[in-house]
Ligand binder design. Structure first.
Ligand SMILES: [Zn+2]
Ligand SMILES: [Zn+2]
Length: 641
């Protein structure tokens, strides 16, 4: 008789499975652990005496993960037969597993307040790795010689067996702090701790601390209501502050605290937070060791949250905390959550390196990422990490500044790469599909079973000549422009100076006088609308395609009629949602396609998402699973051109 424990796991990354394997090894537990396509399965002998204590212990060691779903257990006579998915050894860039966290805060351990504490199944590994295969020799830690204790651990500790980046206080990376006058070093337990204590104290006194973290330079500070906080990230030092200041559903709370530690846009709750950030904020729970240790000291100093900006090494600050080992950082990842739906909005951390198990003789390049064949699979990672690429074909994103010199080179568009990525994720190449791609422009696409066609391309938009174009729309439009210029002279002076590449949403936000001049700004304002129905905003003139200038003209005339901002922003979503569903209905009727693929960062928006769900919820909507809905997924789609 077998006891089976199954956990849904929606990724082909292996860190949870490997952590369970290490744990089983550490207590000599006999268990078979299989990671199959959407599941991790543990197979025990039902009569094993250690079974209960193993499961209890696992509960303590297993981190929360955004990829983990429901779990169940049952008894069976016959051993289930699952096919394992292939594993390729790639460096992680996630937060710390519970065991490593315990070590980092245990004064008796050799990693007390050591910010680079990690094991085979956790931590900031990727920033230190320079090339494949993933070994210490291919990392910037190669010049640090592991101490005796670490050398023992590599052999004996199942969690750090052959761990390429093993290090501790004794043999690891030292830190330094500079306040413009003097420098202090951290290279033993006491001095590491002191450095973070001093940093936290400085922040609580209103000073800024520029810190090199495994995820890049971050400028930490105490947020105040007189600051411009729109582009800053709210760092929660104490989980209690999350409940006190933010309004969250369980899924958002769990995602923030998961070992992947994504950035999530969350609604504010307390008056204090509303004063600082308005209705929503981008929130982060500490991810890497540096940020976690700082957060611990902030908590000790009585601060539940601070803010940070992602900056370069030369940013101005009162204090600089730095280390000498070079790192190559990844763009941080944002996660979209709406009830049980979640997908990455944008970013590289956690998503890449990605392993693609279908093997094709091709290299795909997009946004400085490359998909390259290794070991009968493909790995997607930043270009610099691949020293050479052998291929008979190379597909490059159109906008990419990269010359391969390869004789069989093809370029592809973002919308094409994005749609193919999702088709591949669902293995849906055999069926026709409609695609909506919405970045700064809106595309309607059709996949006929062979290729992706741009069936309703966007009209071009030129912010530089917008008033001319609006004047020519229809009879009376020139008068509208004149009246608008008279009513809003200062704004119009600014609008007339815009260069052509400013996008439609930035222009709209400017016209409405929003602080955050982007699609996000419009979205935040829309959330504060408490009424029921919106007003009709024009989206078209002559043909079926969205007309940027008609859209702006419509907003201008409502503004002159003094329609309030929140209603206007809400109506913008309504109009987009309605327009999208109408075109999709027409296209699916015409083509018979059932699958609707959604890509492009603009769709990762609560208001628009709700609108689309309302209209098309019964259709087969396919959102990305493991790659961002934003531009980065193109490198994956590029494999299938
Ligand atoms: Zn660990
Ligand atoms: Zn050591």
């Amino acid at each position: 008789m077998y006891f089976i424990f199954e956990m849904e796991f929606s990724s082909n990354k292996h860190y949870i499975t490997n952590l369970i394997k290490s744990y089983a090894q550490s207590i000599a537990m006999h268990v078979e652990i299989i990671q199959s396509a959407n599941m991790i399965t543990l197979i025990f002998n039902k009569d094993d005496e250690k079974l209960e204590s193993f499961l209890l212990g696992l509960n303590e060691r297993l981190p929360a993960s955004i990829f983990l779903g429901k779990s169940k257990h049952y008894f069976t006579e016959h051993k289930p037969d699952f096919a394992s998915i292939k594993e390729i050894h790639t460096p992680l860039n996630i937060s710390l597993c519970p065991s490593c966290q315990k070590e980092m805060f245990d004064v008796s351990s050799s990693r007390y307040y050591y910010p680079f504490t990690s094991c085979n199944n956790c931590g900031s590994q990727h920033p230190f790795v320079t090339a494949y295969p993933y070994t210490r020799a291919n990392s910037t830690m190669k010049f640090l010689v592991p101490c005796k204790g670490c050398q023992e651990e590599i052999k004996l500790n199942p969690f750090r067996k052959d761990y390429p980046l093993i290090s501790c206080v004794e043999c690891g990376v030292s830190l330094k702090m500079n306040d413009g006058k003097s420098e202090r070093y951290a290279n033993d337990k006491g001095s590491y701790r002191k450095l973070f204590e001093v940093s936290a104290a400085a922040i609580s006194k209103g000073k800024t601390v520029l810190m090199k973290t495994a995820n890049g330079y971050r400028k930490f500070f105490k947020p105040m209501s007189n600051m411009k906080l729109i582009d800053t990230i709210l760092l929660i030092a104490d989980a209690k502050a999350l409940n006190e200041h933010m309004m969250m559903v369980t899924q958002e709370f769990n995602a923030l605290l998961s070992i992947e530690r994504p950035i999530v846009r969350v609604s504010t709750k307390s008056d204090e937070m509303k004063m600082l950030y308005g209705s929503t904020a981008l929130v982060k729970y500490p991810d890497d060791g540096m940020t976690m240790l700082l957060a611990r000291e902030l908590m000790n100093a009585g601060m539940g949250y601070i803010a940070y900006e992602e900056v370069n090494s030369d940013a101005e600050a009162d204090f600089l905390v730095d280390f000498d080992i070079p790192i190559e950082t990844q763009k941080d990842s944002k996660l979209f959550i709406n009830q049980d739906m979640r997908f990455f909005i944008s970013g590289e951390r956690v998503v890449f390196p990605a392993v693609v198990t279908t093997h094709r003789d091709v290299v795909s390049v997009a946004h400085n990422l490359a998909a390259v064949q290794i070991d009968n699979s493909m790995i997607i990672d930043t270009m610099e990490r691949f020293e050479s690429m052998k291929t008979s074909k190379i597909n490059i994103l159109q906008s990419e500044d990269f010359e391969s010199g390869h004789s069989n080179e093809k370029t592809f568009e973002q919308w094409k790469g994005s749609m193919l990525s999702v088709l591949a994720e669902y293995d849906a190449f055999n069926e026709k599909a409609i695609g909506i791609h919405f970045d700064s422009s809106l595309y309607f696409l059709y996949y006929n079973g062979k290729e992706v066609i741009n069936v309703v391309p966007p009209n071009s938009f030129d912010a530089g000549s917008m008033f001319d174009n609006i004047s020519k729309l229809r009879e009376g439009s020139d008068r509208l422009v004149l009246n608008y210029k008279k009513a809003y002279p200062v704004l119009c002076e600014r609008l007339e100076k815009l260069s052509g590449d400013v996008d439609l949403f930035a222009v709209t936000a400017m016209m409405l006088g929003l602080k955050d001049e982007s699609f996000e700004g419009i979205s935040a304002e829309a959330l504060s609308f408490l009424g029921k129905g919106g007003i009709q905003i024009d989206t078209r003139v002559n043909d079926n395609r969205f007309d940027n200038y008609a859209f702006l003209a419509s907003i201008m005339s409502y503004q002159l009629g003094t329609v309030e901002n929140s209603l206007m922003c809400y109506s913008i979503y309504e109009s987009f949602g309605d327009y999208i569903s109408e075109i999709v209905s027409q296209l699916s009727e015409k083509t018979g396609a059932k699958n609707i693929i959604l890509t492009g960062e603009t769709l990762a928006n609560q208001a628009l998402y709700a609108r689309i769900q309302r209209h098309m919820g019964r259709k087969n909507l396919l959102f990305p699973k493991n790659y961002p809905i934003g531009k980065e997924c193109a490198v994956h789609g590029g494999i299938y051109i």
